[in-house]
Write a protein that binds this ligand. Sequence first.
Ligand SMILES: *Cc1c(COP(=O)(O)O)cnc(C)c1O
Length: 402
Amino acid sequence: MKYFESAISTPIVSSAAFAYENSQEGEDIFAGKSPKPLYSRMGNPTSSVLEEKLSQMEGGIGAVTTSSGMGAITMSIMSLCSSGDEIISVGGLFGGSYALMTQTLPRFGIATRFLSCDEIASIESNITDKTKIIFCESIGNPNLRLPNLQMIGEIASKYGIAFIVDNTISPIVVKPFEYGADIVIYSTTKIISGNSSALGGVAIFKKVEENDKFHNSRYQFLKPFINKLQGKALIGCAKKRAMRDFGMSANANSSYQTLLGLETLPLRLQQINNSCEIVATFLEKNGIKVNHPSLLKHPDNQLYKERYSAGVGSMITIDMGTKEKAFTFLDSSKLCILTANIGDSRTLALHMGSTIYSDFTQEQKEFLGITSGLIRVSIGLEDPKFICDDLLESYRLSDLKI
Ligand SMILES: *Cc1c(COP(=O)(O)O)cnc(C)c1O
């Protein structure tokens, strides 16, 4: 054991279960009176190290790691909502989250109202007694819209509604707690781990303060958690009302790999953010229909310049006009790995309409900004000049062939 304590790389504790010294300790662990591990579905020592670091990074009171980003979103929603409750979702939405809210949650009686980034003024009129969550992505994947987090946070606080922000695309630069978020979610699969080696997610929680929104009758079910855990009530609620029963728990191996990624996150993010602006500007100059908030024509360019000028993560999109052109573009690229992932060290790309969004109706695709020629590119750590050259060459080839 003593060698584990001096290891400077976090030990991978892959044990599913943990021995209690005696029956009394068993009782104490189950009652939350002892911090020792209970059983890995409820918390694992390797994952706990990751939770501590992510929580510090974000400025939360604690975090719960999960098996995937969708696991973190599901855990957060299922811990706060019951049948009959409502969610308000603002802005662009990742395909998995949109499917969860349009196809799966309704089967459990949880309805979602969807508003675009330009409909923030309508949030208030959509709030009812049943609204439990206002949800948004800080940077819409893949529509790249930037909802005004400040304004949404103010409305959430005025009406006393939990505000959940999926900040997967842009950790560090965007700090949702500063805008009044209560839970910040990441798919750590993406830029946090950074090389497509570990599926994972996390929900990071704000401290529940005395007499804040979570003491309202809207969140009556939180009372026992507040009585027992005070500031950490949301964590206990997530674990007992969702994690324990749905079992979307993180595993030690993924958490270890995510810890390795986290060590280099600021450096990678800086380089990728820088390259995104270079590539987007270069492609636009060459007459390619590219989308990124750093471009003047982007509807949220002003907000980008004011708040997120350091960059908003690895994503740009290119509209090739038709599916055929998009396919030829992708098949011509020597650089891009064609895959349904983002935030990797290597440049990744994918046609949206035929893959992640293929299940959705035309109307849904329109709402999410999925046009028939839309390609999502996740810029990697390669020399930006090399990325520019490859994308331009692929564009020229697709223009020649069709
Ligand atoms: C990928 C992604 C998710 C889902 O994460 P998984 O780890 O794949 O489950 C959620 N939100 C956003 C914004 C994503 O990009």
